[in-house]
Design a protein around this ligand. Structure first.
Ligand SMILES: COc1ccc(C[C@H]2SC(=S)NC2=O)c(OC)c1
Ligand SMILES: [Zn+2]
Length: 255
């Protein structure tokens, strides 16, 4: 049956969905340009900024206090500091797919997005209307038998936010504990991967995935997109297919 609200229909309400700077994209080694002028990126996150974890029917999201430069991302391709506002995940209906970006044809089981906004703009909603308004640090989730213990904290909360609209306190959490060893990254200019698909994002996609277990991915898939008193609809496959790269350069911070 035609999905009336699927990614191919978004352009009807959000014409920019057919723009030339859309995300996600395929990242292929042959088309990537090594840029030795790219700086390392740094995250300085305050664990006290973490507030709540929420199921919004589309993903599992952790929100942070972004009322001042409390948890920031800087360096890399960024002109200044960007404030951490929230993190969320994308995943599939099985371990062989679920990421939004695809690297040399490889789909990962999932993708973590840490979303930051440029405080040179008065607020987040102003920033989403600017090409340099948002920075997203994207980290792939790869399934192996030896999962990273740091993912446990988030996944333990899943039982408390099973259905759409459920929210639970999520204090004292520093997302940088999830980061892989290597800070190598690709960067390009793109968009939100869901409506309104604004082309406001400087993407920083890490080359090294974080390791999760199949059970941990199953935990994410145990979330429901329906509200508590509605028929159960599993929250899976909340990823957008890759979009045309057009004339965009994807730069690499590594050779
Ligand atoms: C206009 O405000 C928006 C729009 C869409 C999303 C979610 C998208 S954007 C992304 S990157 N990955 C996603 O799933 C927002 O998330 C903060 C905020
Ligand atoms: Zn996302």
């Amino acid at each position: 049956a035609p999905d009336l609200w699927g990614p191919d229909q978004w352009h009807k309400n959000y014409p920019i969905a057919k723009g030339h700077h859309q995300s996600p994209i395929e990242i292929n080694n042959k088309e990537v340009h090594y840029d030795r002028s790219l700086l390392p990126w740094f995250a300085s996150y305050d664990p006290g900024a973490a507030k709540t974890i929420l199921n919004n029917g589309k993903t599992c999201r952790v929100v942070f206090d972004d009322s001042f430069d409390r948890s920031v991302l800087r360096g890399g391709p960024l002109p200044g500091v960007y404030r951490l506002r929230q993190l969320h995940f994308h995943w599939g209906s099985s371990d062989d797919h679920g990421s939004e970006h695809v690297v040399n044809g490889v789909r990962y089981a999932g993708e973590l997005h840490l979303l930051h906004w440029n405080p040179k703009y008065s607020n987040y909603l102003d920033a989403v209307r600017r090409t340099d308004g948002i920075a997203v640090l994207a980290i792939f989730l790869q399934v192996r038998r030896t999962p990273k213990p740091e993912m446990k904290r988030i996944l333990e909360e899943i039982n408390a936010i099973k259905t759409k609209g459920k929210e639970a306190p999520f204090p004292n959490f520093d997302p940088s504990i999830l980061f892989p060893k290597s800070h190598d990254y690709w960067t390009y200019h793109g968009s939100f991967t869901t409506p309104p698909c604004e082309e406001c994002i400087t993407w920083i996609v890490l080359r090294e995935p974080i390791i999760v277990s199949s059970d941990q991915m199953a935990k994410l898939r145990s979330l429901s997109k329906n509200a508590e008193n509605e028929p159960e609809l599993p929250l899976v496959d909340n990823w957008r297919p890759t979009q045309p790269r057009h004339y965009r350069m994807v730069s690499a911070s590594f050779l």
